[in-house]
Unconditional design. Sequence first.
Length: 286
Amino acid sequence: MIDKFTVVDGHVHTFSSDEVSKKILTSFNKVYDIKFSNPGTGTIDDVIRNMKKTGIDFTIMANFAPAKIIHKNNSWSIEMGKQHKNLIPLVSFHPDMKEPMDKLVEEYILNGAKGIKFHPMAQGFYPNDARLDTVYKMCEDRVFPVVFHCGRVSNARLNNYADIESIMPVIKKYPNIPFVLTHMADGNIGDVFKIADMFENVYFDTSIVITGYPPLLKFNEASWPDNEVVEYIIKKIGAHRVIFGSDYPWGSPNHDISRFMEMTIDDYEKSMILGENAIKIFKIMI
């Protein structure tokens, strides 16, 4: 807790060991031409240590993986959530995975999963792939949240799978699913306004775009460095549509929270963004 605010970092990637972390960070940073230093490693010990240092009450693990290891990765995330009650697991799916998706949705929810994370660009598929229809329909019936990586990674766009135009058909088709678009819809202010106006079930996470981490503000083209712009956008779409997220270990929750605390938005708006919205959408038990 920071001051009187319950804080949820709604966008963090976690890894099973220092070795796995080093391998993934090195590969990801090379593929996406990320030239700034990671502020952490993303191992469970590192994340928990950082939570205690920063004052974060809950962390949402927005993990994803290639098709061949996705079930194993999901199972590990769920197990970490059982071992650490302040770590909230999301699971992921892939059109090419061999496991039966309908049975896995039931299994994952029963075992504690709180939502689904897709990273279409990195995972390599279009969001509206028909093979995912079963997953979406089950989420629609259960009002189960779906988080989409939206837009570029750093300044790289390797394909158009995560562009808002590729995600929009799914949003239109499933009005009961709470959708979270990461990175403030790729930092496109016009898209944020348009989507917020068109769909009541879409939310935006602040990661990377509303950052306080100096290397990101310097390097990332999509980031919004001006607090007045951020404050105007929050007022325009409503604080109830915004979820705090850092994208740790690429972003820095400590720097990002400090920036939010300095903004001239009222305490009620800060409480929604820093925690209450995520608690409601992901049904986090306090």
